[in-house]
Design a binder for this molecule. Structure first.
Ligand code: RIB
Ligand code: CA
Length: 315
């Protein structure tokens, strides 16, 4: 029986890869896709999700609804230099104009609450952007969110440097208050941080070979929209490829054994002048029963992940 999943996304390039991965995985049944401002503005995120859905001949498209235009308390900090000004490598218009689309249903929070109430323990939320929508849903109806089976959030950096300044990971940097609320809610949360996602790189050469072999509309689009993301990594990280941050969060929803986790209390820095968004955890000690703990992924099974990712993406 496929696992009911809600994906909350700030629809950048690695989000698009994660969506294509999830939508072609029979283990998952995507019950809704909600968008949140992060990599780019939320309207672009929504258009990017609709563009990705059009790359697949899906029998039925999941509901797509728009969410937060900005973090809970801060102005939006986005990443056009990484994902393109449109969030899809600056090629969305060539893939699908999307002109005239919208306005979209803007009630991501109510959809999240609705799916939690409807599917309860069966539901997994895969949050691959800032946690603004999830925190708002928790604030609005904690009873509903407490019914969820698992929340898998791509975010944080524990034993590795950040990717947004020296200590913070992007999703939790953008909305540290939302991350603090969700990680300290007591909900069943699995954190998939840079510690593991930065061990997974899709190299440009491999992508092009696999895409050529597949030679589908999706494969051709994938080569196009990942180009600038990979050029960014080439310029900043020294390899021609891209980190698969969000696809790993999807893989954990399909097969939790892709990672090993440690249970620990996590604080998210919200007041730090130099450490905004930093995730702070004391792995030295056993979890303190009096404090809320979450499961933090600390190692990743590379072969298990790539077998799943490539198997589902290219068939
Ligand atoms: O730090 C990486 C995360 O931030 C990924 O989810 C990426 O899409 C951005 O949202
Ligand atoms: Ca993302």
């Amino acid at each position: 029986m496929p696992r009911p999943v809600l994906i909350d996304t700030d629809a950048g390039v690695d989000d698009a890869l994660a969506l294509l991965f999830a939508l072609q995985s029979p283990e998952l049944s995507i019950k809704a896709i909600t968008t949140v401002a992060g990599n780019v503005g939320v309207h672009d995120c929504t258009l990017n999700v609709l563009t990705v859905l059009r790359l697949l001949d899906l029998p039925a498209s999941p509901e797509v609804t728009e969410g937060a235009r900005k973090p809970l308390r801060r102005s939006l900090f986005s990443a056009p230099e990484v994902h393109g000004t449109d969030g899809l490598g600056n090629v969305r218009r060539s893939l699908w104009g999307g002109r005239g689309e919208g306005p979209f249903r803007r009630d991501a929070v109510n959809v999240i609450i609705d799916r939690c109430l409807h599917f309860g323990r069966k539901l997994t939320i895969v949050a691959i952007g800032p946690l603004t929508n999830i925190a708002r849903a928790w604030n609005k109806n904690p009873g509903a969110l407490k019914r969820v089976g698992r929340i898998i959030t791509m975010g944080g950096a524990f034993r590795v440097p950040g990717n947004t300044g020296p200590v913070a990971e992007f999703n939790y940097y953008v909305d540290p208050e939302a991350a603090a609320i969700v990680l300290n809610s007591g909900l069943p949360v699995t954190v998939v941080p840079l510690d593991v996602t930065q061990e997974l790189v899709l190299m440009r050469t491999e992508l092009e070979v696999r895409a050529q072999r597949k030679s589908s509309r999706m494969a051709q689009a994938l080569v196009k929209f990942t180009k600038s993301y990979m050029q960014y990594h080439s310029a900043t990280e020294g390899f021609s490829g891209g980190y698969l941050h969000d696809p790993l969060a999807v893989a954990v929803a399909i097969d939790p054994a892709c990672v090993q986790t440690e249970r620990v209390h996590v604080d998210v820095e919200c007041a730090g002048r130099f450490t905004r968004g930093m995730t702070v955890a004391d792995f030295r000690r056993k979890p303190d029963r009096k404090r809320v703990s979450v499961d933090v992924a600390t190692t990743v099974d590379h072969n298990r992940f790539f077998k799943l990712f490539h198997g589902r993406l290219w068939g």
